[in-house]
Design a protein. Structure first.
Length: 149
């Protein structure tokens, strides 16, 4: 491959990787927004003890886009998201008005949100922009379905 084409290919690969990293960060931002909105919807009594965690998520999400050290900011937001999600589940479990089924459902919903974030990070680290699943909905890298079936 001529040197000019090789460099152009390298630039395109780097641009795709940066774009995928941005989408992973966007996922972290969306998870933060989902958690923060869910926290805001809680009763005042349940919300108040979690306020420092929710505010940490909010501040980290707002600071993410202008962060000089993007990987560190992403990691900090992910950890803050996890802390808030864990605290929300613990708060619900401690509330006598919340059934075990509701706690289980909340735990499952929050786990799905955090897994979505993890999937976006994995895809970004591999330079894939389609998240954990490919554009056709199958897991990225999985073989195509047999057309004879």
């Amino acid at each position: 491959m001529p040197p000019m084409r090789k460099r152009a290919g390298q630039r395109e690969a780097a641009a795709r990787a940066l774009d995928a990293l941005g989408r992973g960060a966007d996922t972290g931002f969306r998870v933060a927004r989902t958690l923060y909105d869910r926290w805001r919807g809680m009763s005042t009594a349940s919300r108040q003890p979690l306020e420092p965690l929710a505010e940490d998520v909010r501040e980290r999400a707002l600071d993410l886009r202008g962060a000089a050290d993007r990987p560190a900011a992403d990691a900090g937001l992910k950890a803050a998201n996890e802390r808030l999600a864990d605290a929300m589940v613990a708060s619900a479990a401690a509330d006598p008005d919340v059934s075990e089924i509701e706690v289980r459902d909340l735990r499952a919903e929050l786990t799905r949100e955090l897994e979505r974030l993890a999937g976006a990070e994995i895809a970004a680290s591999h330079g894939h922009g389609d998240g954990p699943d490919g554009p056709d909905g199958r897991p990225a890298g999985s073989p195509a379905p047999d057309a004879r079936a």
